[in-house]
Design a protein around this ligand. Sequence first.
Ligand SMILES: Nc1ncnc2c1ncn2[C@@H]1O[C@H](COP(=O)(O)OP(=O)(O)OP(=O)(O)O)[C@@H](O)[C@H]1O
Ligand SMILES: [Mg+2]
Length: 553
Amino acid sequence: MLERSGYTKLRVKMILTTLGFSLIPLLILGYTIYRQFEISHTNKILQNLNHITENKRRTLDLFLNERLSQLTAIAYTHRLQYFLEPETFERVFTLLQARSKYYIDLGIIDHNGDHVVYTGPYQTIRTANYKDEEWFQQVQAKGIYISDVFMGRRNYPHFIIAVMRREGDKSWILRATIDSDIFDSLVQSDQLGANGDAFLLNAENILQSKPRFGPRLLGKMDLGAFSRFPGVRSEMIEVGGKQYLFGLAWLENKNWLLAIRDDPTEELMPLKRTRHLVWVILAGGLLLIAGGTVLTSTTIIAQLVRSEREKATLNASLTQSSKMASLGKMAAGVAHEVNNPLAIIKEKAGWMRDLLSEEDLKASPNFKEYEDAITKIEYHVTRAKDVTHRLLGFARRMDPIHEDIDINQVLNQTITFLENEARYRAIEIHTAFQKDLPFVASDSAQLQQVFLNIIDNAIDAIGKDGGITIRTQAVHDPDEVIISITDTGPGISAEKLDKIFDPFFTTKKVGEGTGLGLTISFSIIQKLGGKINVESQEGQGATFIISLPLRKA
Ligand SMILES: Nc1ncnc2c1ncn2[C@@H]1O[C@H](COP(=O)(O)OP(=O)(O)OP(=O)(O)O)[C@@H](O)[C@H]1O
Ligand SMILES: [Mg+2]
């Protein structure tokens, strides 16, 4: 049988192996699913961001293009002379405003930088001269000009679009002021989520539209230096100590950078949820597998322990049986060989006794000694014959008969044999018999011998003052009758417990016990198809338990 620690080791090994084989694939699977989801989710986010950025850039370019073509069309359809009539110019402006309410005012500036005609709410700027201003130089050089957003004389965020027309050797400029609020509404939209943002930056990182978070319009928003690049780009940029994903695109008509900021927490929410889900599934799987493994290993080990124990019991009883068998053979031989000499010794001793009664021998001074010696020889021969008789009985035991017997009745009879002896030693015999105990198919004479042996032993063990309790009980599955005989004697030490059924094991004085009582009892019960067991602890009495099958096995 394996040691206790051996079972523990085996169990740990089983658990670890099963866990290893099932957990590793589970973890790999979980990780793969999560990675796959993460990749496709990130791709989706990037695609979405690029899409929004590209759309907005197109809208903004379209807006600027439209303004440019409107103004170019106006400048090139009529000569300067035509616009110098204030009502005419007013009408042109009204027409423009009808197309887009974001036009604030409109003016024409001659090649000297003087405002020659103006229509709009800021009449004070009529007299302004722009000759030295940078934008004036740029229109002269390039023909068209779109300014950055600025506050200017109007003290209101706006930008200007200017178109130059040459007429003969002179040139004039048609200039419109446009409310830059338009960019806020074009750039912002609800596509951006709760924490997303979008804004326009000029080449110096000055905000050209109002962001939802961070600095105000015309404030500085440093995303780093980006030289112009074609198309759309997405990049992780740190703003205010936090990393954000940005979609970036340069406008075609103006050196402005469109920046769309993604809301990271919102966008990563599904990813986080997936990670949680994966963890929960993994943890659940782990618990299930661990529970299952522990349960299985416990069951298997328990089964193993049980069968090992059964094997050990079987082995013990086989050993006992083989001891009995060899003892039986030996006993028959010894008894046979010893019996004849014993018979002769007994006969010769009788003959000597007869001779002693003759007169001349009676007169011998040693007559008394001779007589004592013969008595002793006869006594010891009788004792020896007793042993050989028991041995022969044990060896040539008759096959038991099987008749229906009432165990309670057999026990009562046995008790009557021993009652006097018990009373003499102040030992009380109690009985606790089950009423209507079913009959047992067995051999009453042989059973009586067993009960006698055991109760006799109990009386010997107690010596004086004590009690013996005899119980009977029927049990089911298997159908058996259980007889237990408990005494208040000194009990049996663990070391002796292993030997008490062995032939010739006795603790009694020479002449008082042969050590065959329990050996014979064991073999009888075994032949009757039952079992005999003993439970005892030193100092706490002993209990012999016999179980007999109701029917012959
Ligand atoms: N009820 C008991 N309490 C304590 N020891 C016991 C009890 N029954 C038996 N023993 C021990 O077991 C030994 C063997 O018993 P067993 O009946 O086989 O032989 P014995 O009683 O010594 O001799 P025999 O029965 O042949 O006259 C006893 O000597 C005794 O030491
Ligand atoms: Mg005995």
